[in-house]
Design a protein around this ligand. Sequence first.
Ligand code: SF4
Length: 309
Amino acid sequence: MSCGVEDERTFDYDDYEGAQARWCPGCGDHAILNGVLRLFESKQLAPERTVIVSGIGCSSRFPHYVSTYGFHGIHGRALPLSTGVKLARPDLDVFAVMGDGDCCSIGAAHWIHAIRYNVNMVAMLLDNNIYGLTKNQTSPTTSQGHPSNTQPKGTYLPALNPLTATLGVSNASFVAQTADWAPAHLAATLDAAYRHPGFSFVRILQRCPVWMPQLFLDAAQDPAKTEILVHDGGIRDPDLEAVYKTHVQHDPRDLDSARHLAEDATRVRLGLFYCNPENPRYDETRRLPMHTAEERIEIIESEFDRHAV
Ligand code: SF4
């Protein structure tokens, strides 16, 4: 997504810090915020040319905690807002932050079309499998049988799988999964997502110790419980692969294999599932010069003539 920096200024981590984060102690959002700020610093993004857009939910507090431009939007609308920003100002770097209720429920239609439009941005789904802000309500990604305040006898339906859902949409171009408790992997994934020219969808498994204390506990405490997708064309980090020793060879150009690997939600798999930088982008297509300046004037004048009384 890189737009680059055109001046001589340098930026430190502190330059990107906004208000003090008010998430609960131990919330995975703190680590994700740290990962995003580190990405901004490593890429030396100019704060005034960087935009974070969010919807509603715990994670959607994100723009307040980053000292760039931000837009704390309305529920489920982070993606159309981000798309609008990017189309109006293609020179800006745009990051969308969504929760699972936000993206996969009320925002689901926008999610599908944002994938298909493939506008150049990084879209992060911070998935804690619950509505946290509204206090323990079943979300689309809550696992079946899990009791919540809205379904106290257990969530009725099987959980929606955001990876297979994204991989099922035509023109999906970048789909990755990482976790808040694996900072090196989170950093490498955000870096790859930022470099990808198109709509980079990153699902970040996020712990919520208040409402979902058992969620991801095994995987977070024992690296052997996590599988890392490895491939020269994927997300590589030798130090990380030394810690996470269960590797799965996967070529991220192979969509069928990506779907197959994403289907098994009983395993925690981190890595780049799919990447195709050649997919058409709406923001690029829209910029193609369809007519010369003279032709445009001629068309406008003929329209005036047609409607003149
Ligand atoms: Fe994080 Fe959960 Fe607290 Fe929300 S309720 S801030 S998701 S720990």
